[in-house]
Design a protein around this ligand. Structure first.
Ligand SMILES: [Fe+2]
Length: 377
């Protein structure tokens, strides 16, 4: 008889970078993701909500359907992709970044370069998102190879009609390994950090909340965020701050007449703080570029976009300090799952057209709304 615990999953917190203060990230060893026991599933769920980002090595053989099944562990009632069909909208800022796998539509292909055939997709041109297409002020061509930015800090969520996914998974299928880059904030602080080229970076929303003053914590617990309808089309003419943490105010957002029809009951008004379903801890979870209005405790609506963005930026910026950022140094076969309701994440880096990179991403619009603090009920 094999020992009952012989295949138990081991949870090992990832070592942090020198000088860093983040407490996210764990590697899970001994997992057979194609055949999980109920005990394994419980271990994985607990690890995700404790460590926010969990990593399984050597998962190149994981099929798209198995990826879908594992990602659904966190929300078994969820079935459709997190952005629904909104990616089809050509004007959406997400449109160029994601290609849907025909036989598993909850799984998208992202990456860089020309790929002849992958999972039923033929002759696809993948483009790694480059800050040049989204930031207002960009790095010069001569700085571009050795330096990078946070492309766009975000939560994976449609933020209109659909509920934010519980978790997102990423499988690194093909990874060109090159030198590290210097990630520059370029916001006058002098902040910068070294990141592996193409690293996905994460910050904990719980830490982002914890580092606030008591007064700001109270404000965050009591305030709701109203997101723009069709946010990724709405923001398509606007440009981001150099930190990737929200937009610059230049009046370039599309107005209602330029958007698809808006159904008022599909507009999302979400708590500013989201509750961890396992630990009960609060995370400051705001999608900074999609924010349109704030609803205060007394019902007052702050609808001056410049003021709204100023408030949100002041609350979020401390939480993306270099020592709080966790960059994944991707290896081929790495399979990561992150708590989409407890972290913000961003793409970084830039690749040459011949540097082919392939990832599979999966998430589902959640079956349940976000849970906020009692003050925000
Ligand atoms: Fe994302």
């Amino acid at each position: 008889m094999p020992h009952a615990t012989a295949s138990d999953i081991i949870v090992r917190p990832l070592p942090s970078r020198p000088g860093s203060k983040y407490t996210i990230g764990a590697e899970l060893l001994n997992a057979n993701l194609e055949s999980l026991t109920p005990h394994d599933e419980a271990t994985i769920k607990h690890a995700l909500y404790t460590h926010q980002v969990i990593l399984f090595k050597n998962q190149s053989a994981l099929t798209p359907s198995a990826q879908y099944a594992v990602t659904r562990l966190f929300d078994p009632a969820a079935t459709s992709y997190g952005h629904g069909k909104t990616l089809d909208a050509k004007r959406s800022v997400l449109h160029p970044d994601l290609k849907t796998i025909p036989h598993q539509p909850q799984v998208q292909v992202i990456g860089n370069g020309f790929v002849e055939e992958f999972e039923g997709l033929k002759d696809i041109n993948l483009k790694h998102p480059h800050h040049r297409t989204f930031h207002r002020d960009v790095l010069s061509d001569e700085l571009d190879r050795d330096n990078t930015r946070f492309y766009r800090w975000h939560i994976d969520a449609a933020l209109y009609d659909l509920e934010p996914p519980m978790a997102t998974s990423l499988l690194a299928v093909e990874v060109p390994k090159t030198e590290c880059q210097t990630l520059r904030y370029d916001d006058g602080t002098g902040d910068e950090m070294r990141v592996p080229r193409g690293s996905t970076v994460f910050v904990s929303g719980e830490t982002m909340y914890d580092v606030l003053s008591e007064e700001d914590k109270k404000f965050a617990r009591e305030t709701k965020v109203q997101y723009a309808p069709h946010p990724y089309i709405w923001m398509s003419g606007a440009r981001s701050r150099s930190t990737g943490l929200g937009m610059v105010c230049e009046g370039l957002e599309l107005d209602a007449a330029q958007l698809p029809p808006v159904e008022e009951d599909k507009i999302k008004i979400l708590p500013m703080c989201w509750k961890n379903p396992v630990t009960g801890k609060l995370a400051l979870q705001i999608h900074p570029s999609a924010v349109q209005k704030l609803v205060l405790k007394d019902g007052t609506v702050v609808d001056d976009l410049e003021e709204v963005r100023k408030i949100v930026y002041r609350l979020q910026r401390p939480g993306i300090a270099p020592e709080l950022v966790f960059p994944i140094d991707w290896d081929e076969g790495d399979f990561a799952i992150f708590n989409n309701r407890g972290v913000l994440h961003s793409v970084t880096g830039s690749f040459l057209p011949e540097e082919v990179r392939i990832f599979r991403q999966c998430n589902m619009a959640a079956s349940q709304p976000v849970e906020g603090p009692e003050e925000c009920a």
